[in-house]
Design a protein around this ligand. Structure first.
Ligand code: 2AL
Length: 249
């Protein structure tokens, strides 16, 4: 049976969603159908805690719809993994965040990795994720190339140069065994960077797609009891009313 994966770009920029879909399809096996989507509401890019809190709602909306459509697994394609734990409460199948996927991939190929991301202000979130996922010993550096998320598409070559320079500084000063790219919008730069740097460079969109497909194939999904059991039924007020589950009962 074909595996249906929903790859969610949590921001609302359609061109980035298309690129994320291309990155996922480039690695997905023939029996994996990739549906790349972005939420109907939310910020055009995610570069801070406010953006992320709003984007998480859109992610949950997509997972809710995916469950009604029989989706087998999900990838949350933003490096802050917005809404990941909540999405697991909604989903039957696996939900994989690209930051989490990239850290795991890096840990398979070396002792240490460096994260090179977009804006410096997003590094606190990266640190929190590394700590909470248990990768503090492996992550030896947190770096930013100071290109905003949408700038990655607006000036691809200039952004590539900024990213490449920061990666080279990291190799010289931090000595990681691998580089983890800190934004879904960097996916198209991964192969070229790896060729130039001669070190594993990990794009979480590719890693997350393959991990999610593998989990579906081996029959591993979200837990249905305990912390990740479906949300408790309750009334939800105000503009979030459409998120009430089972009529609040
Ligand atoms: C991201 C990302 O992957 N998508 C987005 O909108 N922002 N991450 C980041 N560090 O800027």
């Amino acid at each position: 049976m074909a595996i249906r994966l929903k790859v969610i770009n949590p921001n609302t920029t359609g061109s980035m969603t298309r690129h994320v879909g291309e990155a996922a399809r480039a690695v997905a096996p023939d029996d994996v159908e990739v549906d790349a989507v972005s939420p109907a509401m939310g910020p055009v890019s995610i570069e801070g805690h406010y953006d992320e809190a709003l984007a998480a709602i859109g992610v949950l909306d997509e997972v809710r719809q995916g469950e009604a459509e029989g989706v087998d697994g999900y990838v949350i394609a933003c490096f802050g993994d917005p809404g990941l734990q909540a999405a697991r409460e909604l989903a039957t199948g696996p939900v994989v965040g690209i930051a989490e996927a990239a850290f795991h991939a890096a840990s398979f190929v070396g002792r240490s990795f460096a994260i090179v991301t977009t804006l410096e202000r997003t590094l606190g979130r990266a640190r929190d994720l590394v700590d909470s996922y248990g990768f503090s010993r492996q992550c030896v550096a947190y770096r930013a190339c100071e290109v905003p998320v949408l700038g990655l598409e607006e000036d691809f070559e200039g952004s590539y140069e900024a990213l490449r320079s920061e990666c080279l500084r990291s190799l010289a000063e931090d000595g990681p065994d691998a580089i983890v790219l800190g934004c879904a919008g960097m996916a198209a730069m991964c192969g070229r960077l790896e060729d130039e740097l001669q070190i594993p460079v990990i794009d979480g969109v590719a890693a997350g797609t393959m991990f999610a497909a593998a989990l579906v194939r081996i029959g591993v999904g979200s837990p249905s009891r305990g912390e990740f059991a479906p949300p408790l039924p309750k009334r939800i007020d105000g503009i979030l009313r459409p998120f009430e589950l089972n009529g609040g009962q």
